[in-house]
Write a protein of this length. Structure first.
Length: 217
C-alpha cells in the first residue's frame, strides 16, 4: 500500500523551549549590535555638528541624526520585547523542569517506601525486645560475678573508720620522728683532740707515749 499511495513524511518534533530561547537570544544580540552601530553614527554626527556653523549643512547633519535616533528607539523597543520573551520562556522552562524533577522525586520516594516495607517485614520487633531483655539480664549477671570476684576475705567488719583515721594521723607523726636526723648534726658532736693531753693532777709526769709516768721504784 505504501508503494501505491506513498507514505506521509515523518513529522518533525516540535521545537523545545530551550531552542526557542536560544533563537530569541540570537535575534536580541543582532538587534543590540545594530543599536551599537547607530550609537557610533550618532556620536559622529554630534561631533560634526559641534564643528559646523549654523546653516543648511548643519541642518542636514541634524536631520540625519534625528533619523538615526528614531531608528535607535525602534531597535531598543524590539530589543526589550525580545528580552522579555526570552525571560518568559526561560521561566516556563524552569517550571517544567521543576515538575519533571518533582515527578522523579516522587517516583524515587515510592520505590523507597516499597523497599522499606519489604525489608521491614523481615524484622520481628518481639525478637528485638527479647534480645534486649536477654542482654540486660546477662549484663546484670556479669555485674554480680564481678562483685563476687572482688569480695574481701578475712577482714573484720567491726573496724571503726574514725579509729582508722586517728591511726593514720599517728602513723604520719611516727614517720616524721623517724625522719628526724638532727642528732647527726656535726655542730652537736664533741671536737676531736688536736694535741697531747696535759699533765694530770699531782704533777705526774708524762711518759713518751703521752700516758702518766709510773712513779720511780
Amino acid at each position: 500500500m505504501n508503494r501505491l499511495f506513498g507514505s506521509g513524511k515523518p513529522k518533525a518534533p516540535p521545537p523545545s523551549l530551550t531552542d526557542a530561547v536560544s533563537g530569541v537570544d540570537s535575534r536580541a544580540d543582532s538587534v543590540d549590535k545594530k543599536i551599537q552601530k547607530l550609537d557610533a553614527e550618532l556620536m559622529k554626527c554630534k561631533n560634526e555638528m559641534k564643528k559646523m556653523r549654523p546653516g543648511p549643512a548643519k541642518e542636514r547633519v541634524k536631520q540625519r541624526a534625528m533619523r538615526l535616533l528614531k531608528q535607535k528607539k525602534v531597535y531598543e523597543q524590539q530589543h526589550g520585547n525580545l528580552q522579555q520573551q526570552s525571560f518568559n520562556m526561560e521561566q516556563a522552562n524552569f517550571q517544567i523542569q521543576n515538575l519533571k524533577d518533582t515527578q522523579t522525586t516522587v517516583q524515587a520516594m515510592k520505590a523507597g517506601a516499597k523497599e522499606m516495607k519489604k525489608e521491614y517485614k523481615k524484622v520481628d520487633i518481639n525478637q528485638i525486645e527479647d534480645l534486649q531483655d536477654d542482654m540486660e539480664e546477662m549484663m546484670g549477671m556479669a555485674d554480680e560475678v564481678q562483685e563476687a570476684m572482688g569480695r574481701s576475705y578475712g577482714m573484720p567488719d567491726d573496724i571503726d573508720e574514725a579509729d582508722l583515721d586517728a591511726e593514720l594521723d599517728l602513723l604520719g607523726d611516727d614517720m616524721a620522728v623517724d625522719e628526724d636526723t638532727s642528732y647527726l648534726d656535726a655542730a652537736t658532736a664533741p671536737a676531736a683532740p688536736t694535741g697531747l693531753p696535759t699533765a694530770v693532777a699531782g704533777d705526774v709526769g708524762m711518759d713518751e707515749f703521752g700516758l702518766p709516768a709510773l712513779p720511780a721504784q
